[in-house]
Design a protein around this ligand. Sequence first.
Ligand code: TGC
Ligand code: FAD
Length: 389
Amino acid sequence: MSSGFADPLDPFELDSTLSDEHKLVRDSVRRFVAAEIEPQAGSWFRDEVFPAALIHPVARQGLFGITIDGYGCAGLDKLAYGLACRELERGDSAFRSLVSVQSSLVMGAIYEFGTEEQKAHYLPKLAAGELIGCFGLTEAQGGSDPSNLKTRASRQNGGWTLSGAKHWITNGGIADLAVVWARTNRGIAGFLVERGAPGFEQRTIKGKLSLRASDTGELYLNNVVVDDTRRLACGEGLGPALRCLDEARFGICWGAIGAAQSCLEETLMYVADRQLFGSPLARKQIVQQRLADGARLLVTAQCAARQLTDLKLAGCASPAQVSLTKWNNVRAALDIARMCRDLLGAAGISSEHRTMRHMLNLESVVTYEGTESIHTLVVGRALTGESAF
Ligand code: TGC
Ligand code: FAD
């Protein structure tokens, strides 16, 4: 028996247990990422460019709304979604972000909570990439506590008038359609606001040092009129928005693994080549110890993602299980990326290498969709029954 791993990026050979259909999804997204994303990801990041020309090719891969049945969507299962997220984030977190937001937060919100008319009108166009969506929950006074959101939806002339502002919104500057969460007299509700609606302004935030190939924007609503047909049919409360987040967080649990694999892959090649003190870096004990530690973190994340997927497929994954996995997997990926960055030495800070780009992207991934502290507190509450928010 060989003393090596058959695949150092999958030490437990978890992918060998995938069905042929799932391997097909993995391989087709991997080929797409290798051909369309990896060669240019560094320059998009450097130039702070969101490559809008990739929207239609991503849609043609069937990646928007991949788990939705009907409405022009692929109707695959959650494992296929996870694998697609992993492969996309192996290229760059920006593209997993694009797919997470479009699929889980926008199409997911409409599919789960929209009227039949809203589904028929928007889902096929979102699946085809004819429309890009965004999810407006976070506001300036604190994203961790969305129950304190201030955007108002007032009842007027049989419709709604929305006023307020949303900050740090993925796709916010470019979206054709925004799912906006606003407070009515009865509680928080979801509304569909189209680009160009009078009083609706969108701006792209410039100068981010992370996720530079992703559009992140601000939404300003100044007495924007939305009629009843564009209100989501889910009643009032934060629950529906948090249910959408659970789905997107699931994608992140898988995506983070892809970013970590990309860093480890680059670093394993580097330490094999790099000669120091008369031998390759790969032969040094401390280097091996650090890489072995990376492999340990990686398999923990991979096993957690697979088990969470099984729970999802069985329809019984709890929010606390999602929080535990999002926290664990993004933390693992960030620790791996930082360790790999260091092993590359000065070369690690050059844009010639991809590891630092992944590391910087993961600084957003650890913050959005619930910060590490928020997920820690969700897990703490599940353990103790005490809410410490
Ligand atoms: P609370 O107000 O008590 O609960 C409200 C209702 O929601 C239910 N609930 C959940 N349902 C489904 N999934 C979850 N994860 C849920 N968490 C709570 C809850 O049972 C309750 O239902 P009901 O029927 O009793 O009213 O809220 P809480 O105390 O449970 O939650 C507090 C906290 C801090 C966990 C929550 O506010 C939170 O998750 N904060 C973080 C906010 C966040 O993650 N924002 C993300 C914005 S979107 C984004 O970042 C996109 S980036 C995407 C990309 O680019 O990839
Ligand atoms: P705050 O909530 O102000 O938190 C600041 C610090 O306080 C954090 O370290 C946090 O962990 C800590 N903290 C908060 N509460 C507690 C507590 N009770 N105990 C201990 N510590 C606590 N939002 C959207 O709605 N849609 C999007 O598409 C979207 N895309 C994003 C894209 C990017 C690139 C980024 C960076 C953010 C995006 N966000 C989006 C916003 C994101 O969800 C928020 O940034 C996140 O929820 C944290 O909110 P905040 O930035 O206001 O930080």
